[in-house]
Write a protein that binds this ligand. Sequence first.
Ligand code: UDP
Length: 245
Amino acid sequence: MGGKKSDIELLKGGKRTDKRKPEDLREIKMEANVVPNADGSARVQFGNTIALAAVYGPRALFPRFMQEADTGILRTRYNMAPFSVVDRKAPGTDRRSTEISKVTRLALSPSVLLDDFPKATVDVYMEVIQADGSTRVTALNAASIALASAGIPMRGLVAACSCGKIEDTLIVDLNGLEDNFGNADMAVAMLPDKDEISLLQMDGLLTKEEFFKLLNMAKEKCLQIVEQQKSVLKKLYKVDKEMTE
Ligand code: UDP
């Protein structure tokens, strides 16, 4: 949440609390197929924020009244584990997780093509196992890899990045302190290959100029993130050269 006052110096000599420059992402790690029972899954880590995503489906949707006769539907669930933050988080659904479950579905929906799966559902479960800011975008990056590795037809991968303002400086990929005590934060998800934005949420105050500058910074980082997502997926389908000879 942006705008809270604190004595914490978020920017010291041009460096952030974790020594990054304003335009730096944290170290990103991505791995696919980490949940053997799922049809597709992924683990994505941005610094100290870690999210798992598992995809099940397309599978028959029950109860029947929820079925759509001419298309499959996408369902998403975002959850933060009780042990994901230092102050234990109360387990279970709350207003925040309900909101994030909804916005992540809206962010992924423009990508997935479910017309060939009438009466079916594709279920995406996102679990944050360690939280240090920007959990919804980290979870979205994992969900996108998980959907692709499950073989769900997609118009393109969805890549996501947070951005914001601390001490009048524009930054990307907010950590927990920056998210809590910064002036503004924004979550952006997009289909980089289509240049389409599928999620934009903002908290705090920005001028119009700052807003567009930040949006461009986030877009540039999404282009970088999607390349890492693609390379993780390519590794899954790498055919052993000797086997084809
Ligand atoms: N957070 C927390 N406890 C909570 C919810 C959030 O400590 O119950 C922290 C966590 O580090 C999270 C950050 O606050 O990443 C910012 O949360 P926000 O709601 O802005 O969403 P996010 O940036 O994680 O998508």
